[in-house]
Design a protein around this ligand. Sequence first.
Ligand code: FUL
Length: 739
Amino acid sequence: MKKTILLLLACPILQAGAQQPALPVRNTIAVEAADSPADIIRKAAHVVPTANQYAALQNEFIAFIHFGPNTFTRMEWGNGKEDPSIFALQNLDTDQWCAAMKAAGMKMVILTVKHHDGFVLWQSRYTQHGIMSTNFRGGKGDVLRDLSASCRKHGLKLGVYLSPADLYQIENPQGLYGNLSRYTRRAIPRPVPGRPFRNKTTFEFEVDDYNEYFLNQLFELLTEYGPVHEVWFDGAHPKTKGGQQYNYAAWKKLIHTLAPKAVIFGREDVRWCGNESGKTRAEEWNVLPYSTNPTTASHFPDMTKDFLGQRSELAGARFLHYQQAETNTSIREGWFYRDDHRQKVRSADDVFDIYERSVGGNSTFLLNIPPNREGRFSPTDSAVLYETGRRIKATYGASLFRGAKGPQAILDGNANTAFNLPGTTGAIDITTPAPVTINRIVIQEAVRTSSERVEKHAVDAWIDGQWKEIATSTNIGYKRILRFPDVTAARFRVRIIESRFAPAISHISAHYFKSRPPQLSITQSVDGLVAIAPLQQEFNWKPHGENATKNLSTFDIYYTTDGSAPGTGSAKYTAPFRMPPGEVRAVSVQGKDQSDVFRQAIGLIKQHWKLSAASSERNRRPATAAFDANSKTFWQSADGGPHSITIDLGATHQLKGFAYTPQTVNAEGMMAKGRLMVSQDGQQWQLAEPFEFGNLINDPVTRHHYFRNSVSARYVRIEATETAAGSPSLTIAELDFFE
Ligand code: FUL
C-alpha cells in the first residue's frame, strides 16, 4: 500500500471499502445547493493544503520577533507619535537570536518590520519614520538586513510582519492612512531618485495613497532581503481612519509574484488560532467552512470560536477551504521586552507543553521572543530556547518503533509514503523487536494528498495477554501527539474509529519523555490565604482524564517569600498561608528533578476593602466583583461614561503599583487607558499616575502598572478614560494593589 504523492495527486482513485468514489483534491471546494450533509463531509475530506501551506506545516516550530519603539517605551502598543530617537539601539546581535532559535528547533523567524506604531526597522525609501532617523549605526542600520544575513548563516527561513494598521500614518497630519485620496492607477514600486531597485519587476494597481505606500514597502521587503516565506498581516487595529480599505487583491498579486514560496497569515493561507496565550483546541481542524469564497473573502470565520471545523460546523458551508492554524504566543508576558525583573518569562516546561499541544494538535507553534534593549535575547529567554530544543530532540529525535514490524509506509520516516486504509475504520498493528517503554505517540495523516479525515482514534498496547487502551483522541490531521502515562509493551495497535473518508496514515512513531515535576499556580484568596497547586490548564490534553504529568501525588512544593531562590532547603508547602504583600517564589520537586521557579506578586489582602462608589452597575455584574479575588466574575458599568470605581482599602498603604485583570467572557469594556486617583480621606484626591494597556481584546490577560514613585493611599479611584474599541461600558474582573 505504498504510494507516492505524485501518484496520489495524479489520479483520483476508487478506494476499496469506501462507500463513495474519491474526488480530486483541491485547496478550496465549493458546496453546491444540492449537496447533502454526507456530500459536504466527502468534499471536506478532499480539501488539501497547497505546496506552500504544506511546507509551512512542516516548519512546525517558528519564531516571532517583536522589536521596535515599544521595546524602549515598555508599551504593548505604541501610538505613532513616538520620536524615532526613542529607539535608542546601540547594539544588535541577530546571530545570537538565530543561534538560540536554531537550537530550539525552529525553522523560520518572522520579524515585526513595522508594528502598529508605523516605525520601520528597515531602510525604506518611502518614509523617514523609522530606523533611518535614529542614531543606530549613524542612521544606516537595518534590522531586517542583519536578520536575513544571520538567517542565511544559521539555515533559518525568514518572514515579515508588516502591520496594516499604521498609527504614524494615521496621526501625522501628512499621513497617508485614511487620507481620502483617490484610487488611481499607480506603478509599484514608485521610483525614488538615487535609490534604484535591482529587481526590475513592476506592477500597476488601482490604489489610493496608503495602499500604494504599503505595496511599495512590500516590494522593498520581498525583493531586497532574500526569499521571504511568510507575510504576516495582523488583524489588530488600535485605531482606523477615513474608512481606509485595503486592496488585498493587489497585495496578494505582489506577494505571489515576488515571494512565490510565501504563505500569507491573516488571509486564506494561515489563520490565527483565536488566542494569544498558548491555548490549543482539543480538536483543531484545518478544513474550514466559509460562507464566501475564501480567496476573495472579506468575511472570515470567527477564529475565536471553540469549534471551527468539526462535522457539525461544516453543515452550512458554501466553501470548504484548507487554512491552517498558527498557535502564536510570547515567551514573555506581553509581545515586547520590558524588563528582566518583573516581566515573567515562560519556563521550558511551559514552552515544551505548548509545543506538544500545538504542533501535536494540527497547528504550527509561533513563539515570540522579544529582544531586549541591548539588541539581544535576554539570558533567561535564551536558556529556555536551548532547553526546549534539547527536550524536543531528546524526545522526538528518534522513534522507539525503530526496527518494528508494521506497515513500512508508516514506519519508514518518509512523509511522502502513506498507508491507505481500505475504509473509514481500521487498525494498524506495530510490533517492536523488544518491549519499549513509551508515553508519547505521534501520528500523521498524508494531508497533502489525502486531506485530514480521521475523526476519532485510539491506541492500544498488548499487556498481560490482552489489548489495553492507552490513549484516545479525535482528529489527527498534519500531526497528533498523544500523551499518556508510561506503558511498556512490544505490541501496539492504532485503531481508526471514525473518519470522513478512507484516511491515509503517513507516520506513526513512539517516544518517551521523562515526566517533570508539575508546573504550579499561585493564588491568593480574598482573605489573603496564599495557595500553591499544580497548574490546571483549561486546554490541557487529558487523553484519559489524566494530566500528562504522572504521579502527581509524589511531588513536593518549596517556596520563599523574601525574594530568594526556592529549593529543597526552603519552606515546604503543606497548606495555604498568609504573608505580607510581596512575592512568592515556588518550585515543585519530584525525586532529583526540580521544576522551574514560579513567581507571583502578592497584593494587599482584599477582605476589608469596601466599595465607596461606582459610576454605575448592571444586574449580576456588581462593582464589588472587581475585588472579590475571583477573576471569573466582573463588574460591568452601564453604557455611557465616564466610568469610575472608588475603593476604601481600609488602611493607608504605600502603593507600588496595581494590576488590572480584564474579563474574558466577551470583548466588552476592556480598560485601555485610565488614571489612578488616590486619597487619604476620601475627600481630597490626587492623581497618582495615568496608565495605558494595549492589545487587550486579543490578549485579555492581567496587566500590571508600576508607579515611578510609590504613592500613599487609603482610598483609590480608577477612572477609565478609554475603553478598547470604544466599548460604551467598562468591565473589570479584578483589581490588585501592590505595596
Ligand atoms: C496582535 C497585536 O496587536 C500584538 O501587538 C501582536 O503583534 C500580536 C502578534 O498580534 O494582534
